[in-house]
Design a protein around this ligand. Structure first.
Ligand code: UDP
Ligand code: MG
Length: 139
């Protein structure tokens, strides 16, 4: 069942470059409502758990190091067709392949440090949101 919700993180490279405001502006202007939001930092252990589905991929170790290297912004977003529309808004994983006007095209540095995370399915959106937020932290 579609939940009309997705989960995002503004990743350490984008936070460090002071892109939080610009990225949130694009998210709001695209019609997403913020359900929950947190400024926090992942331990290496928590990053490893969050990205467990990528454990067998060659970039897993680097990804875990990078995602625990500095603070991030985590958020649950709401909009009709949230998962697919947010993937469109952020663009391709590799910013050199991302469409013009997408968040990754504008703000990402590389395929690894690519500014934002976006859930790839309703099921993962639910799991990822639950990883960070209790029921009481959702509005
Ligand atoms: N990643 C990487 N190298 C790659 C592919 C992915 O470092 O060759 C990182 C990148 O930060 C990406 C994350 O791993 O966002 C998760 O990969 P996925 O294929 O799920 O891409 P996404 O769903 O984020 O577009
Ligand atoms: Mg993914």
């Amino acid at each position: 069942m579609a939940t009309n919700r997705t989960f995002t993180m503004i990743k350490p490279d984008a936070v460090e470059n002071n892109y939080i405001g610009g990225i949130l502006k694009m998210i709001n202007e695209a019609g997403f409502r913020i359900v929950a939001m947190k400024y926090t930092k992942l331990s290496a252990e928590a990053a490893g758990k969050f990205y467990e589905i990528h454990k067998e991929r060659p970039f897993y170790g680097e990804l875990v190091n990078y995602m625990s290297s500095g603070p991030i912004v985590a958020a649950i977003l709401e909009k009709e067709n949230a998962v697919a529309d947010f993937r469109t808004l952020i663009g391709a994983t590799d910013p050199t392949k991302a469409d013009e006007g997408t968040i990754r095209k504008i703000y990402a540095k590389s395929i690894a440090a690519n500014a934002v995370h976006g859930s790839d399915s309703d099921e993962n959106a639910q799991l990822e949101g639950d990883f960070y937020f209790s029921k009481l932290e959702r509005f």
